[in-house]
Design a protein around this ligand. Structure first.
Ligand code: ATP
Ligand code: MG
Ligand code: MG
Length: 351
């Protein structure tokens, strides 16, 4: 097949489309109307709601394989697409769209999680804080990203003042971690799994802002265990494509936080600094092509998000030393701390 369909219109889809176009595919996107920055990288783009089954079917009829860059595509929408065309398998969405499903699924495969309980009303919340203790975080079970839909609760007293937000939530104990990292892997149709190096990731108010390599001794000592869990997860989901699992590196080993059944912000550095980028290997995997190498090409790598800043002022970065690699996503406005782009810096040593 020669046409790849992408559900979702954000920057991940944009970078995925660029990789697919480079490999000679036609790319068609689909997302509800909005600032769909993937559209300019696609040959065609459907701006229709997730509930418009006819539009979804028309989109699918133009594609040979359909993937996603956004894990909250409603399952009911995905059902309008023939299963054989979808990669990864949509069961990964079913697991990853709900934080409780996701934690129990990966826990069964041997991961350690922070203590957590389902919260569906004020009483549940009170009970959860009592049992798990504070500090902790109340998170909506579904639809959260970049730290949205999260409330930090520092004490049982503070919990008294927190109202149940009206939708199913999870309350989890606050993990006292030394560092954060993610395992990003690609799995082929034949079941071959390859991993990129894990960067050390820094978040600000729940949003990833910075990834660096090397990740440091503590993370490096926990990668093997984390990779084992990630590979088991991919195998259990018959996963094809790029899968990400986020971990906290604690003094007691890796603690699983969440998964993203897709390419991931903490892997943007792979565009310039790995043998094959996460975007290209995702396309290769879903298209049934041979996977590319995942080795890191430089002694050190630094990826920083450009958040809430007007894209044009970010062009000043191009005047900096060290040949920074600037990526701007073409978003219309920087309002509300949106991810507008990123910049990757690599160590260049003389030949
Ligand atoms: P993403 O954009 O990664 O999908 P998200 O909105 O799904 O973000 P999480 O990844 O659950 O949110 O949390 C965002 C960040 O908040 C984490 O990377 C971590 O820094 C912090 N955090 C979340 N849960 C915990 C926890 N239980 N203990 C300590 N820190 C936490
Ligand atoms: Mg998340
Ligand atoms: Mg996260």
């Amino acid at each position: 097949g020669s046409t790849i369909g992408i559900l979702g219109g954000g920057q991940l889809g944009r970078m995925m489309a660029v990789a697919a176009i480079q490999l000679g595919y036609r790319v068609i996107g689909y997302a509800p109307a909005g600032d769909n920055v993937a559209a300019s990288a696609c040959d065609d783009f459907f701006e229709n709601g997730w509930g418009e089954r006819d539009a979804m079917a028309a989109f699918a009829s133009k594609c040979d394989v359909v993937t996603w860059e956004f894990e909250n595509v409603p399952l009911s929408a995905v059902e309008a697409i023939p299963l054989a065309m979808l990669a990864p398998h949509p069961k990964a969405l079913g697991v990853a769209q709900d934080r409780l499903n996701e934690k129990s699924f990966v826990e069964q495969l041997g991961a350690v999680c922070a203590p957590y309980l389902r919260v569906e009303n004020d009483d549940d919340l009170r009970r959860a804080v009592e049992r798990i203790g504070a500090p902790g975080i109340l998170k909506t079970a579904r639809d959260g990203y970049d730290g949205k839909g999260q409330w930090r609760i520092s004490s049982a007293h503070e919990a008294e003042g927190v109202r149940f937000p009206g939708r199913a939530c999870i309350y989890e104990g606050m993990v006292s971690f030394e560092a954060e990292f993610s395992v990003i892997l690609v799995r082929s149709v034949a079941g071959e799994v390859r991993f990129w190096d894990s960067s050390a990731n820094t978040h600000d108010s729940g949003m990833l802002v910075h990834s660096i390599l090397p990740a440091g001794a503590l993370i490096e000592s926990q990668i093997e265990k984390a990779r084992e869990i990630a590979a088991k997860t991919a195998n259990a989901l018959d996963y094809v494509g790029v899968l990400t699992l986020e971990f906290f590196a604690t003094s007691n080993g890796p603690v699983f936080n969440e998964m993203a059944p897709r390419v991931h912000n903490s892997g943007h550095w792979t565009i310039e600094a790995a043998a094959t980028s996460q975007f290209e290997n995702h396309i290769r995997a879903i298209a049934g092509l041979p996977l590319g190498g995942t080795a890191t090409r430089f002694a050190s790598v630094d990826m920083r998000n450009i958040v809430g800043e007007d894209a044009l002022t970010a062009h000043r970065i191009l005047a900096e030393e060290g040949e920074p690699h600037l990526h701007l996503y073409g978003k219309r406005e920087a309002r509300g701390g949106r991810k507008m782009g990123h910049v990757t810096r690599v160590s260049h040593s003389a030949p």
